[in-house]
Design a protein around this ligand. Structure first.
Ligand code: UD1
Length: 420
């Protein structure tokens, strides 16, 4: 069986990496069993990785491949940035050629970015022959809904789920949402979260990051030989257009962070979109300085906010593991902090990941300065609590591959019984 996995933007890489690892592990096992038994009946999986190039900077893409041990993409579409329509259309045009040439049996799309929807849509309409044979579409992270259609990701989620043939769900709300939308339960599989597979696999390795030292967040060893301690700090990420593309919204968020910034340094790895906006708006993050020479070294930080370039996977994971609190508008970070037991304040009005609030450590703060300040106060007093959602156990990708192998075996059987 030929499987093709699509990645395009930063949050895709850590969701796809464990699936590729699980495919390789499956093939290794088959080879071993075949060698031991002298024959093999199980399905070997061929794999190809396609990178659309939606994210293209080394720090938004390349470094994730090395951190996560991802193979070099077999195909790179080199799309780059653009309006939603231009970006989506370019991916569709180029990907259609690839899928028609390669003719995979299964196309795996992950998450909710434009690349996810574009490739799912293409695959749903191609036809390899006169009877309409096309690949199965498997959507990893299906069923999440924010119920906010102003988010481009919500449109991507809905479209992708409704054209897919296999839906791999990360949390129970996904089952409820897909059920409510009338999707057949037979194609839905509650497997867990492949982003958490990566987190658990790389949590230990993240300790080798030197970021805490580079940012001056570790105290020097004491004279009596006691080891270095990590200082108290907060971690901030902001990249949603609704938060960063408008001057007042961004200003409000920074105002909501002021109190926290007096209490401890706030490390802020700045997404390229946000860097651009901060520059464009000529914003001051401190009364005395202009933020016009971003990215800047930590020593040049303003007020309590320490600006850095975006970070690689292991460096960010290291900062997330050791922080006292995270303030974010990301989707995935709400899940990762839940798993790590780190208090998280989400600067949005909703979440498509309600389990992070119900079971995890997340608070939806809204985007007003008062709301953010209040949520930070609550979270700063929160006692450590780790309650990991069902199936977030590092085995989601293995479950996905098991389903794919079952599907392949069934297809083989039905072809045989049809005499093909
Ligand atoms: C995309 C996803 C979003 C995801 C986010 C993670 C969609 C609709 N959005 O948003 O769901 O949470 O990725 O980062 O798919 N840029 C660079 N270098 C890069 C990539 C982007 O400088 O490697 C800059 C460009 O100026 C670009 C802007 O960032 O115009 C936005 O990039 P884009 O891919 O359009 O969306 P994101 O905001 O990154």
């Amino acid at each position: 069986m030929k499987i093709m996995t699509i990645v395009g933007a930063r949050p895709n890489f850590m969701k796809a990496a464990p699936i590729i690892a699980a495919i390789n592990a499956h093939n290794r096992k088959i080879r071993k069993d075949t060698a031991a038994e002298g024959h093999g009946t199980a399905v070997q999986l061929q794999h190809a990785l396609v990178h659309t190039g939606q994210h293209y900077d080394e720090i938004m893409s390349g470094s994730f491949f090395s951190d996560l041990g991802l193979p070099k993409p077999d195909v790179h579409l080199g799309i780059g940035s653009g309006t939603h329509a231009a970006q989506t259309a370019e991916i569709m045009k180029k990907y259609e050629e690839i899928v028609m040439t390669e003719k995979p049996h299964v196309v795996i799309v992950v998450g909710d970015v434009n690349s996810t929807m574009a490739c799912a849509l293409v695959t749903s309409k191609v036809s390899f022959d006169s009877v309409g044979t096309r690949p199965l579409i498997a959507h990893v992270e299906a069923g999440l809904r924010s119920f906010d259609r102003t988010m481009p990701e919500e449109i991507n989620r809905i479209v992708t789920d409704h054209v897919s043939d296999l839906l791999f769900v990360t949390e129970e709300s996904g089952l409820t949402n897909l059920n409510r939308e009338g999707i057949s339960p037979e194609i839905i599989h509650f497997v867990g979260n492949t982003m958490i597979d990566s987190l658990l696999a790389f949590k230990g390795k993240a300790d080798s990051s030197t970021k805490l030292d580079e940012l001056g967040l570790r105290s020097q060893p004491g004279q009596n030989g006691e080891s270095k301690k990590v200082a108290r700090y907060a971690l901030l990420t902001l990249h949603r257009p609704a938060n960063v593309d408008n001057r007042d919204s961004l200003q409000n968020i920074f105002a909501g962070l002021q109190e926290l910034g007096k209490d401890c340094p706030i490390i802020f790895p700045v997404h390229p979109r946000t860097q651009k906006r901060i520059r464009e708006f000529g914003m001051n993050l401190d009364a005395n300085e202009n933020a016009d020479n971003l990215p800047c070294a930590p020593q040049e930080s303003r007020g309590g906010i320490i600006l850095t370039d975006p970070l690689g996977y292991l460096d960010f994971l290291c900062l997330m593991k050791n922080t006292s609190i995270v303030v974010t508008d990301s989707g995935g970070i709400q899940e990762e902090t839940t798993c790590l037991g780190i208090p998280c304040v989400t600067v949005r009005d909703n979440t498509e990941r309600p389990v992070t609030v119900e079971k995890g450590t997340n608070i939806i703060a809204g985007t007003s300065r008062e709301g953010i300040r209040a949520a930070i106060r609550t979270q700063s007093q929160r006692k450590a609590r780790v309650s990991v959602p069902l199936h977030w156990d590092g085995k989601a990708a293995t479950r996905i591959v098991e389903v794919l192998v079952r599907v392949a075996a069934n297809q083989k059987r039905s072809l045989r019984s049809a005499g093909v």
